[in-house]
Design a binder for this molecule. Sequence first.
Ligand code: PLP
Length: 468
Amino acid sequence: MEHQSIPGAPGDDTLGQRSRRAVWHPCTRLRPDDDGVPLAIARGEGPWLYDADGHRYFDATSSWWVNLFGHANPHINAALARQLETLGHVMLAGCTHAPAVELAERLSALTGGALGNVFYASDGASAVEIALKMSFHYWRNTGLPAKREFVCLQHGYHGETVGALGVTDVEIFRDAYDPLIRRAHVVMSPDARQAAPGESAADVATRALAELEALLRERAGQIAALIVEPLVQGAAGMAMYDASYLDGARALCDRYRVHLIADEIAVGCGRTGTFFAWEQARGGDAPLPAHLWPDFLCLSKGISGGYLPLSLVLSRPDIQRAFVADDLARSFLHSHSYTGNPLACRAALATLDLFAQDDVIVRNRERAQWLAEAMSGLAADARLQRVRQRGLIWAADVRGDVAGAEFASRFHHAARARELLVRPIGNTLYVMPPYVFDAAQARWLAGQLQATLDDVTGPVSEEVRHAA
Ligand SMILES: *Cc1c(COP(=O)(O)O)cnc(C)c1O
């Protein structure tokens, strides 16, 4: 067998080249002839990232959906510096500390007390696995050990560890590992892009619920939980759907005694217009009654403001009660070394401070409006279709006949030359900027996207205009 190494001429010692040799980059195809050298970032400030030569890049996708209040945020920096002076880490088994306790209390309060008992981990996939294991274990502890199957939505994404891949329906991440994976049932997604002529987003949600019910009617005795990304299926390509699906799924899960896991790893922390996307299950104007919340809610990504790895699972109080016993086998013996890390929890508390101090949820309505207005030109562009927005996530699909091969990669590189950091998903162009831009920056962003689209596809042809 021939082994090829990644090139990079000896003596070419830019940080990007050294990185290609020393670091195995995620989600990156390794090709002997690949000229894609990683962009070396030296520092960040607000929505901007700067390379070593001082070139700036607008972080239009919040560094993989994690950053909320910009880079080098003074409030978060100061809180972390203070925390560093007192406690960097201590194990959470048998010990505790103020940041872990305060964060759990404040998050529970944000659900009106419907959820609590925060279980900490470090990344999103682990939070998903914790929720899956807890659900299965709950049913076992309550005399229903046959409930050990899971249900996920078509094109749903819940992380890439072997357990999380079982509920992830994204072929490029899953298929190579299929022999290792215990696959979940996959049911129709309420993705509104599937609407037939004359059908509304709510109609698509109703159809998807009917399919879910058909499965639950048949197999609820074997099913532990349904897992969903509320409102927006991120990795599927920002597939957005009607909120009525959430309320309907909650009702079906109650009727058939199946847990509901809300994976808010991407959509939580204000992205969709409310702190938790689930708050919109009944429209979002009035606080949600306790019984309408999911049984488990996973958070990660934005919760630490994009600073440190932190994930967590909130659950209903009655879940934990099923684990109270002298018997060790009934206990949830799951742990991660850095569970509840004080620095990560401190960053999260500082992030929650900013939400409260600056009335961020209300002010983000205005930002969402700026984004919509700035993007109105693009929204009318004949090369784009299925333009959609939910809160501070804006997305559109580039028509297949104009996108061409490797659209995402070509767009990413062309955008860099226009001071923009974006990574389309397939032919889906999207932005989800940190919550620190103003109306002028939104217009600038839209202009750069439009110009990059021209760079990559050429201007709109008569044919395309006609077809649209
Ligand atoms: C990113 C993501 C995950 C996985 O989180 P990691 O920290 O990357 O493991 C899970 N679910 C959703 C919806 C995500 O967007």
